[in-house]
Design a protein around this ligand. Structure first.
Ligand code: ANZ
Length: 949
């Protein structure tokens, strides 16, 4: 039979499902290997051909590893909490769980059609209570932990309480809030329970904090920075403002250094590591205190009297050039420092700042602006009074939210000083001309103070820091750009936070009460008073059990966890077999001990700093508590490129008034007219030629359309853009599978180019790949498509073709170079076709080599070859034998007196004497020599033979 891909693919997909072929065991004599894909959010649009690119690559790798004798865990699941299902719920009233369920069913069908070797028995859904029970459990562990800088790890909060009871908090070195007063053991012991809880909250790894957030009033929620674009929400385009709110936060900053160090031990793409390093943004500098001018202090209220302005600087060496201070407009001292005369100006500036996002504030480096508070501070070394300004280029959340401005050293400070006519002080002898800012200190020698005069940058820095420490006016300090991560959204479709409030303080529910299940609500919107949707749920309250209290009732937390919660640990959930799932996922003897970490992770680069940092953070935390064994969750990561859409255009002619007519001109002639390009559905264009009849039928208004053709055809324009519904360039994998089969789709997606590269989808070459599979099938069949193979011993050439591909595919897969294998398969099948190879010895091994790429056709042929019953998924990858590739004969060019006469095939193992015999006895050589006997023979092995007559 000819290649019947539809029947074959259906048959094998069914076989794998019925036999649970890819269900993996947590006990095996084989070495383990964990191949993970970034799990999808099941959106309503289904998969397009870009989505499976990474999944195909990881599936090839997983199948290959099985053939290489590994016990392979290759699971799939759904990141199923998220905004789109909730937006849809708001519009239609349909419960997001139902939308999610429908979308998952559609995803599953699409994934099944492509023949992935997933162990579906381990599927996860982050929105499932049995799953988010453990997300909530991790939240509880974080709440119950603090970060001890002495041991450099997270420890139980109970250990911290013991320290407080014994010796107060003087000796505690923790990553915590900064405003914790010192107390002794006695002081601790007399604190009320609530006072104690308040203090502990400042140490916990998840804690409540007032933070500035992107608040979208129309959506009633806080948005992440990457969900905001130019002051509007990315989804929906609603205005976004900055607002202060009490929020759950995660103390990821405690792990900043370990997140940096860990990068050196993992195999991630270098650009991605660099993005993480920048995101973490470690900077080594100093904190410097500027006290407030005495005249000002008199006017301050009691609470502010002992205050000073603290700045963070990486360039303490430039301190003698600090000629003014700049505070972020949100800085807590701004109100106190503003004089009556300056009040109006400052308030207006603060309002202006509120409309800008942080990104805009950083981007506006050239157009600096600000306002004077009217107050002065005192330079800690020179004792001079310097003015205090506010400006939006200073960010509230970084460092201390205040800078010492050094116009002679810093570009923005220089622009600011120039604009507002503030003093610019040279700090090094290299700075003669201060018309513009120039880095002064790298080569020059310092001036301005006996303390550092004549010193270089390297010499001055420690001297200044020592001096500041001595005066108690500063100290060395390492700062990180990274902030603690906000961990809450005023949304419905997310994990409830397992917390209730008593006297305004958060308390955890009992572990045995997990999961805290998401309640039903009448609408998915915030309440009229602006509370999150959970406030609508009836009886969303916690009652203490009888052992804990006497039935008092408390309010639950109303926000839910952010999108990244469920994905920050999901790979551990896959490690548990379905039988183990009821047990504690993180129990010491759990499957985590066996699988340990992910060996290969494939996914998109858009998760470089979000998901991949949060996951590394939670992993390190779980390691600290002894729940997991590895410091890093993912050993190796590959970012697959994006498959872009290839859009097609038609050109509608405009009339003189600029209105569109119903006449369309072909691409090559369009410049002769005034036209508007319109996207046209790529599915009615083949090789850039428009299917005119299909176009006319596509919309009623096109029914009467007229066309100006070139050479009788309408040629469309082409452009590469993001694949999206609105651009009519979406290609669904279902259509490709229906037309050519999954094996062709798999090979073709790999054939498109290197995995890591982005590339446009283009079906022009897909026929070639399909033909290749038919030709491969034909190798096993005679002209009437009867299956036949011969048991004869293969020829050397046949062996050579086989072993070339065995080696090539092995090398390619190990290097994740999947596209190069596909072209090698084509060459191999062409060679074997030319050789008319029908030998089982060759073809059976070739089937195994091709299997990871084209699993269905190879399974079918494996059975036809008589390997019954079963699957070749666990066969052995053929052993490469270099002997077959050694060229053991060489066509020596034979020259007589330097003139090339002919070629002679002689074994490469033959030595001079033997070669001489062969040459002199050769009939052709004899004829050339014409009876003469050569004086000598020059012989270079593997190169030439020259006879000197
Ligand atoms: C004086 C100075 C002189 C500075 C000089 C730089 C150059 P990184 O490396 O990114 O940590 N800075 C501090 N806090 C800031 C904030 N909240 N918003 C905006 N800028 C802030 O940069 C640290 C430097 O950025 C600090 O060192 C401070 O300016 C500024 F020739 O202090 B520098």
């Amino acid at each position: 039979m000819d290649y019947q891909f539809r029947d074959i693919e259906k048959k094998w997909q069914q076989f794998w499902a019925e036999n649970q072929t890819y269900k993996v065991d947590n006990k095996s004599s084989r070495p383990k290997y964990f191949v993970l894909d970034m799990f999808p959010y099941p959106s309503g649009a289904g998969l397009h051909v870009g989505h499976p690119l990474g999944y195909i690559a990881s599936d090839i790798f997983a199948r290959y590893k099985r053939l290489k004798g590994f016990n392979v865990l290759h699971p799939m699941g759904y990141d199923s909490f998220g905004l789109p299902a909730e937006q849809y719920a708001i519009q239609t009233g349909q419960h997001p769980a139902i939308t999610t369920e429908t979308n998952i069913a559609r995803y599953r069908e699409q994934l099944d059609n492509i023949g992935f070797s997933f162990d579906w028995s381990r599927e996860v859904r982050t929105s499932d209570p049995s799953y988010y029970k453990w997300t909530q459990w991790i939240f509880m562990q974080l709440f119950n932990s603090w970060y001890n800088l002495d041991s450099d790890k997270a420890e139980p909060i109970s250990a911290l309480i013991s320290v407080f009871e014994k010796s107060g908090n003087h000796s505690v070195r923790a990553v915590s809030d900064e405003d914790i007063p010192y107390f002794t053991a006695e002081q601790w012991s007399v604190k009320s329970e609530n006072e104690k809880q308040e203090i502990l909250l400042k140490y916990r790894l998840t804690y409540l904090r007032e933070s500035t957030v992107n608040w979208c009033p129309a959506m009633g929620t806080v948005l992440a920075n990457d969900e905001v674009k130019d002051g509007f929400s990315e989804r929906g385009g609603f205005p976004v403002v900055q607002k202060k709110m009490m929020q759950w936060s995660m103390r990821i900053t405690a792990y900043a250094d370990r997140l940096l160090q860990g990068l050196d031990s993992i195999d991630f793409p270098e650009p991605l590591k660099e993005m993480q390093r920048n995101w973490i943004g470690k900077s080594v500098g100093a904190m410097v205190k500027f006290s407030l001018s005495p005249s000002l202090v008199e006017n301050l209220g009691d609470a502010d009297k002992d205050k000073f302005i603290e700045v963070f600087t990486t360039r303490a060496d430039t301190i003698y050039g600090a000629s003014f201070l700049v505070l972020a407009p949100e800085h807590e001292l701004v109100t106190a420092l503003t004089t009556n005369a300056q009040k109006a100006e400052i308030e207006e500036y603060i309002l202006l700042t509120r409309k800008k996002s942080e990104l805009e504030r950083m981007a506006d480096a050239k157009a600096v602006s600000g306002a004077f508070t009217g107050s002065f501070a005192i330079h800690p070394l020179s004792g001079q009074q310097i003015p205090v300004w506010i400006a939006d280029y200073v960010l509230a959340g970084y460092g201390t939210g205040a800078v010492m401005a050094v116009p002679s050293g810093d570009q923005r400070d220089w622009l600011f000083a120039t604009k507002y006519n503030l003093p610019i002080v040279a700090i090094s002898d290299a700075q003669q001309n201060l018309d513009q800012q120039a880095d002064p200190t790298k080569e020059g020698r310092y001036i301005n103070s006996d303390l550092i005069n004549g010193l270089s940058y390297q010499e001055a820095l420690p001297v200044l820091i020592n001096k500041l420490e001595e005066l108690n006016a500063g100290k060395a300090k390492i700062n990180y750009r990274m902030r603690d991560a906000i961990f809450g959204r005023q949304r419905y479709w997310g994990e409830p936070v397992p917390v209730y409030f008593k006297d305004g303080l958060p308390h955890l529910i009992q572990q045995s009460e997990l999961p805290l299940v998401l309640p039903e609500v009448d609408k998915y919107l915030p309440t009229e008073s602006g509370e999150p949707p959970l406030a609508r749920a009836e009886d969303w309250r916690y009652s203490l059990s009888s052992e804990q209290g006497n039935g008092e009732v408390y309010e639950y937390e109303l926000s839910t966890m952010p999108g990244w919660a469920g994905s920050s640990w999901y790979w551990y959930r896959y490690m548990a077999s379905p039988e183990e799932r009821e047990e504690n996922v993180f129990a010491p003897e759990s499957a985590i001990n066996y699988w340990k970490s992910v060996d290969l992770y494939i996914g998109g680069s858009e998760h470089a700093t979000g998901h991949l940092l949060y996951s590394r953070f939670w992993n390190k935390f779980l390691k600290d508590l002894g729940y997991v064994s590895e410091e890093e969750p993912f050993k190796k990561l590959i970012n697959q490129g994006m498959i872009q859409g290839r859009s097609n255009f038609v050109y509608r002619i405009k009339d003189e008034a600029g209105k569109g007519t119903n006449v369309f001109v072909s691409h090559g002639l369009k410049d002769q007219y005034l036209t508007t390009p319109l996207h046209v559905d790529v599915n009615i264009v083949a090789h850039e030629i428009l299917d005119i009849e299909a176009f006319k039928k596509s919309r009623p208004e096109y029914e009467q359309a007229e066309f100006i053709l070139e050479n009788g055809k309408y040629i469309c324009g082409v452009e590469v853009e993001k694949m999206s519904k609105s651009k009519f360039n979406v290609v669904s994998p279902d259509d490709i599978v229906e037309r050519y089969g999954a094996d062709t789709l798999r090979l073709y997606e790999m054939f498109l180019g290197p995995l890591e590269q982005s590339k446009p989808w283009n079906t022009n070459g897909i026929e070639g790949v399909f033909k290749f599979l038919r030709k491969f099938w034909k190798l096993f069949h005679d002209d009437s498509f009867n299956f036949r193979v011969s048991e004869d011993e293969p020829s050397k050439a046949e062996y050579k073709a086989l072993h070339k591909i065995i080696r090539k595919v092995e090398e390619d897969i190990e290097r994740f170079s999947f596209n190069t294998s596909v072209s090698s398969f084509m060459i191999c099948v062409n060679e074997l076709t030319d050789l008319k190879c029908t030998k089982r010895e060759i073809l059976q091994q070739l089937v195994v080599v091709l299997h990871p790429y084209a699993p269905h056709i190879t399974e079918e042929l494996w059975v036809l070859l008589g390997n019954n019953p079963g699957t070749l998924s666990f066969a052995d990858y053929p052993e490469f034998k270099p002997g077959y590739l050694v060229e053991n004969e060489f066509a020596y060019p034979v020259s007589i007196n330097g003139k090339m006469k002919m070629n002679l095939n002689i074994s490469l193992s033959s030595e001079s004497a033997e070669v001489e015999q062969l040459v002199l006895n050769n009939e052709d050589v004899k004829r050339y020599l014409d009876g003469k006997s050569p004086k000598k023979m020059i012989f270079v092995k593997g190169k030439i033979i020259n006879l000197v007559v």
